[in-house]
Design a binder for this molecule. Sequence first.
Ligand code: KG4
Ligand code: ZN
Length: 426
Amino acid sequence: MLILGIETSCDETAVSVVNATGGLKKPQFKILVNVVSSQVKLHAKYGGIVPSLAKREHQKNIVPILFRALKKSGLLIAKPQSLISKQSANSKHQILNTIFTREPELLARVKKHIVPAKAPKIDAIAVTVGPGLEPALWVGVNFAKALSCLWRRPIIPANHLEGHIYSNWLEATRVNSKNLTSTQFRNRKIEFPAICLIVSGGHTELILMKNYGEYKLLGETRDDAVGEAYDKVARLLGLGFPGGPAIDAIASRLPIANCSGPSSSQRIRASRQSAIKLPRPMLYSNNYDFSFAGLKTAVLYLVRDLQNAAGRSKKLPIPEICAEFQAAAIEVLVSKTLRASRECAVKTIMVSGGVAANFALRAEFAKLKAQEADCKVLFPPLELTGDNAAMIAMAGYIRKQFDKNADAGSVLPNANLRIAEQNNVR
Ligand code: KG4
Ligand code: ZN
């Protein structure tokens, strides 16, 4: 099945084509193309994502990104304008007018560029219906509905968080050929039951996945998501937006005395011994919930105290603060995931979401794999940790196995969609 994936839940406009086969017995994915256009630079000026701006940008970018994806995958077939009858164009325009009542800019672009184009040879269209920012979700959902009507292809509503989970079905391998190194993706066999730790800008969730479509939410953040905490701490340290990659990079540059070839976990250990101390919120709580708002406030007070003690003109020990902040957040994430994996006797731990790109988090889990966990610990390829549409096409393929006839009329965005609402939860 060739699936066109569409993702517009936050600040990335993304389109992908994935060839998916094997059903639930042996799902196999091959990404033909994965185009992601990030709006991050635009939102950086405001220190965070502005939903109305995200909606405007998605409307502007989604058509050119679709064409780029179809061209790259060899699926774009030009159709001369003269072949489309006026009558057929008019009836298509009428359908589009009812779909895009709130996206006039996108309506004009779809009429101009998509109506005259020939339907590509895809089998279905998977689109993120939630969770996410509502105005941003509407753009992707209405665009997918328009394509579904124009091209007569079924639409599959995909859950963004399930998408992050399915990014783990692929792993990156380095391939050397003619002195050139390239990255390729290989399918993994996932053994259930599995613990999924989703760490992103909007979510921090621990989910028990018993099988395809069978989830149990074990715990989640009670306030800020961990990615949000990274972004807020980076902002108060003056490191820009998004904060995760900046904090990750700065903390990894921290020199460690008496360490040859310092690794991320050595840095974490060093930060544990440093004079700067931050709390590990809910580390010993008798549940799988998290809380990161207090950690962010603790950094705020720490900065204030350091400035009061040394004077504002003195430079803050930014690398040490970053390393200790990461160490605190990661200790809680790893410890609770490990506890859940033991209590549920799982075969696999899967980490995913934007924060899964974090070096120190990967290093701590790798150490765990070597020493303590009785199961496999998996991360997605770095290229698939942030928001993308390949993961949406993959999640869409699995959803399609349960729900063969999703109809375009019933596909609606749901900003607060939970994995449990779409699935069989026990
Ligand atoms: O999954 P994602 O792309 O979007 C959401 O669904 O939220 O995650 C974005 C989040 C941002 O908060 C960003 O700061 C964080 O992922 N992030 C990182 C790193 N790269 C991205 N956090 C820590 N370390 C990183 N290397
Ligand atoms: Zn995401």
